[in-house]
Design a protein around this ligand. Structure first.
Ligand SMILES: Nc1ncnc2c1ncn2[C@@H]1O[C@H](COP(=O)(O)OP(=O)(O)OP(=O)(O)O)[C@@H](O)[C@H]1O
Ligand SMILES: [Mg+2]
Length: 234
């Protein structure tokens, strides 16, 4: 039975789509059958993988009719585009059924979850097995993260990933504070992923962190390797 992992933060621009692309491709490269699904009608993680959705039938149609819509984007990695993020509450059971079918088909289902509250995102949080949260090390993000833990889905949070890290005193202090906050909670606080020109360039070219020989990518590959290790050990 496959595992659903949702990459979520209600803040925009913290790296949800970037993490989704790199984690999903990393799992696929380890030979796990992986689906990358989004609740973001912009389909950013597909674009970051070098693909494009022309519109038309996507995940909503799949939920309604079971007509397949996946795009084979890499070996072992299928992308499910979403044509709209507006799903009526009447589709609740059908959405759940669709995810049950996908859990049989795939080892991992990574969901790049849009930072909005709607029916689809509510159901994703209900059915997901794990939640991974990318954050920036700043005042607003760290305040938000401690609030999230108090919510119903808080106990599904397995990893917090500081992203877009800059080597400043403020960022370091936030990291140290978070480290003591999460100590002995069972939630993994990842090493911070630096803000990196390499990531920018790879995104521009539609590539993942695993598709470069650049020496400078090694630090990021090690951090992502540990994040994936955390997923596999869970
Ligand atoms: N570690 C990094 N180094 C450099 N650039 C990064 C890094 N992580 C993400 N980015 C860039 O930051 C921008 C925001 O990232 P991304 O789109 O993944 O965030 P998001 O949380 O999915 O945003 P949204 O809320 O709009 O969906 C993108 O341009 C992405 O290429
Ligand atoms: Mg995004």
């Amino acid at each position: 039975m496959g595992k659903i992992i949702t990459i979520k933060n209600n803040k925009g621009g913290v790296g949800k789509s970037t993490l989704s692309k790199n984690i999903a491709h990393g799992l696929a490269m380890l030979d796990y059958k992986t689906a990358l699904i989004t609740s973001d009608a912009q389909n950013d993680s597909l674009i970051l993988l070098g693909g494009w959705f022309e519109g038309g039938k996507g995940f909503k149609n799949y939920v309604q009719t079971a007509e397949d819509c996946h795009i084979k984007i890499r070996k072992n990695l299928d992308y499910y585009p979403v044509e709209t993020d507006i799903f009526g509450i009447n589709l609740k059971n059908k959405i759940k059924e669709s995810f049950s079918v996908l859990k049989v088909k795939y080892d991992f289902i990574i969901i790049d979850c849009a930072p909005v509250f709607n029916v689809l995102n509510d159901i994703i949080l209900e059915i997901t097995d794990e939640i991974i949260i990318p954050i920036k090390l700043d005042k607003l993000s760290t305040a938000g993260i401690t609030r999230l833990l108090d919510k119903a889905e808080g106990n599904k949070i397995t990893q917090i990933i500081p992203n877009l890290y800059r080597n400043t005193k403020i960022s370091k202090d936030y990291f140290i504070n978070l480290k003591s906050f999460f100590n002995n909670t069972g939630v993994i606080l990842s090493n911070p992923i630096p803000e990196s020109v390499i990531e920018e360039q790879l995104s521009e070219k539609g590539k993942t962190i695993w598709e470069t020989q650049a020496k400078k990518a090694e630090e990021l590959q090690t951090i992502y390797g540990n994040i994936i290790g955390g997923i596999l050990n869970d």
